[in-house]
Design a protein around this ligand. Structure first.
Ligand code: ADP
Ligand code: MG
Length: 266
């Protein structure tokens, strides 16, 4: 379990994350949703260990994050940040190979090729990372973190993804969520910040709705992703059509041009 209790994070006395408690179970996809500036990335950075947690505590598999060396933390969790900058002219292949180093693996061409094939990045391997499109960069970064945790281990691990599909086309977004569905079965808990409500509703096991630094709702998709909760979080009218075994959940934001909206907003 990745467990965080009562996390507070302030900048100049302004709470950015306020009393957040989260538990991430191996084998599950937990999605964080919330408007721009809600504090999603800040909470994510505290959970990953990028920002030290001054108030509250974070523990991986029952051990406080403060007791992990960077090397041991990299064995238990892999992190794809919202923005990744590289100061060296690495090729895409070399970026993915960094995942092998972090995961404590010896050189494994077969593993890298398997993950790059799965993420549709093998054909990009000799291209300079800096020259790739936004969506290609995201796929290469995803390949890097998957490489870090691809091989099974006898303890639960965690994959943390901050907006991993934000620059991808629709088909690739679904492809990535399918990969996540597959990887979580290797005793891995996945935490993803997403903006697409439909992706979240149809692939997540648990959802966390964050607004102004506070978790307002968290739990199973059907309990949390209601029109009322989502309208409150995003301050925009939203419709939810609940799915069945054969049909997906469909969530629509309602455009302002619709006449009936005037009544709804009145
Ligand atoms: P989200 O990922 O939900 O869009 P962030 O966690 O990135 O939001 O940011 C939450 C809020 O905290 C924003 O208003 C952002 O401007 C502010 N913030 C985050 N990091 C800093 C920082 N280092 N200095 C000042 N303000 C920050
Ligand atoms: Mg963010």
């Amino acid at each position: 379990m990745l467990q965080a209790n009562d996390i507070h994070f302030c900048i100049r006395n302004m709470p950015i994350v306020d009393q957040a408690s989260v538990s991430l179970a191996p084998g599950e996809l937990t999605v964080i949703l919330g408007p721009n500036g809600a504090g999603k990335s800040t909470l994510f950075k505290i959970l990953s260990g990028e920002i030290p947690c001054k108030y509250g505590n974070v523990a991986y598999n029952g051990s406080p994050i403060t007791g992990f060396s960077p090397k041991n933390l990299a064995l238990v969790r892999a992190v794809m940040p919202q923005h990744s900058y590289l100061s060296f002219p690495f090729k895409a292949l070399e970026v993915v190979e960094l995942g092998l180093l972090s995961g404590g693996n010896s050189f494994r061409q077969d593993l890298v090729e398997e993950v790059m094939t799965e993420t549709h990045t093998w054909h990009l391997k000799d291209k300079l990372y800096g020259n790739l499109s936004g969506g290609e960069k995201q796929r290469v970064q995803l390949a890097r973190v998957l490489t870090q945790i691809w091989d099974k281990k006898p303890f639960p691990r965690y994959l943390l993804l901050d907006e991993p599909t934000s620059s991808m086309d629709i088909a690739l977004q679904h492809h990535v969520l399918k990969i996540i569905h597959k990887i979580k079965k290797r005793n891995i808990g996945v935490l993803a910040i997403l903006h697409d409500l439909n992706l979240a509703a149809n692939y997540a096991d648990k959802v966390i709705l964050l607004k102004k630094g506070r978790i307002l709702y968290q739990g199973a998709v059907k309990d949390v992703m209601t029109a009322t909760n989502l309208e409150k979080i995003f301050e925009h009218p939203i419709q939810v059509f609940s799915g069945s075994e054969d049909s997906p959940i469909i969530i629509q934001s309602i455009p302002f041009i619709q006449n009936h909206l005037e009544t709804k907003l009145a």
